[in-house]
Design a protein around this ligand. Structure first.
Ligand code: ATP
Ligand code: MG
Length: 353
């Protein structure tokens, strides 16, 4: 039975796109290593910036493993309060706490035989980290309020967008857990370091959205749009690309996406039209390709505003998650939001959770 339970607590499941795109040598190498690790029972630590595809690669590990027919269960450790997280992971017996009217299995048990993805494992509270360490060592659990030991047979894939050594230094991640988790680390490079993947990803996403929005034939990217996508920095990685493509698929006219449909906020605003050049005129060619530079401060501010708005939307307005996604402190985020609102920028509604 194929059962994919995504972390519905936090993020929408990745859309059922046909495949995982990996054209770049860097990404192919990641997948090759993932495929090998998948044949064993080793715990895998997936590292990478927000939006690089950690969940996508976790699912790939599961599919490539002998456990493929058993459940894949994902849980976002950052999205659930500590007390609830423990009961969610370990399950509980009837009467274990007020409101535990029935006993229930936790995610560990639900993932029996399969794969458990502990998303953003570094955001787990210290007490739970100790309990997780024990699970990894002993391969068994007890439900909250229970006595029975339940043997576990599953693979754990943990993810983080932090630098683990730094997280240890900052006291965010227990050192002993760090050693346990980083037996098989896999780092997914940011999109800007594997530009060969950009256009294949964009094309596959266009086909997906064309089908989903009933647009008929998938819109095509014109030359300027392609160049613009390829030279963008993609601080939000594949998720940012997905947002841009989705928006442009809706906005474009007559099935052709131009630079202006992309609404890319970049340092380098590519000139919208390219003069025709005599073949071989290298210097003129370079000049035509050179980006038009806008005022740096304005570009930075635009970029920041876009990133914050995207992160807020992806986090469903949670300030905590948004700050984590952006790698800034909640305090810094609060400041920036206040400044933006004062400047009259419309932002999605936010909450503290
Ligand atoms: N190689 C890929 N091929 C196709 N789609 C991809 C690929 N990588 C990422 N995506 C898509 O990009 C989006 C972000 O990917 P994913 O959720 O796996 O990233 P993540 O690293 O887990 O992000 P976060 O750190 O924010 O949780 C998803 O919608 C996913 O389907
Ligand atoms: Mg994720």
């Amino acid at each position: 039975m194929m059962h994919e339970d995504s972390s519905s607590e936090a993020q929408p499941a990745p859309v059922g796109r046909a495949g995982l795109i990996a054209q770049s040598p860097a990404m192919q190498q990641v997948l090759e290593m993932a495929r090998r690790a998948a044949q064993t029972d080793v715990s895998i630590m997936l590292l990478g910036e927000s939006g690089v595809g950690k969940e996508v690669v976790s699912r790939f590990v599961h599919r490539s493993s002998p456990r493929a027919q058993a459940p894949f269960i994902a849980i976002n450790c950052a999205a659930i309060p500590e007390t609830l997280l423990e009961a969610t992971l370990f399950g509980f017996e009837k009467g274990a706490f007020t409101g535990a009217l029935q006993s229930a299995p936790g995610k560990f048990e639900q993932a029996q035989g399969g794969t458990l993805m502990l998303d953003e494992v570094t955001e787990m509270a210290a007490g739970l980290q100790a309990k997780l360490l024990r699970v990894l060592q002993e391969r068994e659990i007890e439900r909250v309020g229970g006595r029975k030991r339940i043997a576990l047979d599953l693979r754990i894939v943990a993810t983080s967008n932090r630098e683990l050594q730094l997280a240890v230094k900052q006291g965010v991640l227990r050192e002993d857990l760090y050693y346990r988790l980083s037996v098989f680390p896999l780092r997914i490079p940011p999109l800007r370091e594997r530009r060969e993947d950009i256009l294949p990803l964009a094309t596959s996403m266009l086909e997906h959205y064309a089908a989903r929005f009933g647009l008929g034939l998938a819109p095509q990217l014109d030359a300027g749009a392609k160049q613009s996508l390829q030279s963008h920095q993609w601080p939000g990685n594949v998720r940012e690309l997905e947002n841009v493509i989705q928006r442009s698929a809706i906005l474009c006219a007559q099935g052709v996406i131009t630079v202006s449909d992309l609404f890319l906020q970049t340092f380098e605003v590519v000139a919208p039209s390219f003069p025709r050049l005599p073949a071989g005129d290298q210097a003129a060619m370079e000049a035509a390709r050179a980006p038009v530079r806008r005022d740096l401060d304005a570009e930075l501010a635009d970029n920041e505003r876009q990133l914050i708005a995207d992160a807020l939307r992806d986090s469903h307005g949670s300030k905590k998650l948004t700050a984590e996604r952006l790698g800034i402190s909640p305090r810094t985020l609060r400041h920036k939001l206040q400044r933006l609102r004062e400047a009259g920028v419309e932002l999605p509604p936010t909450h503290d959770g």
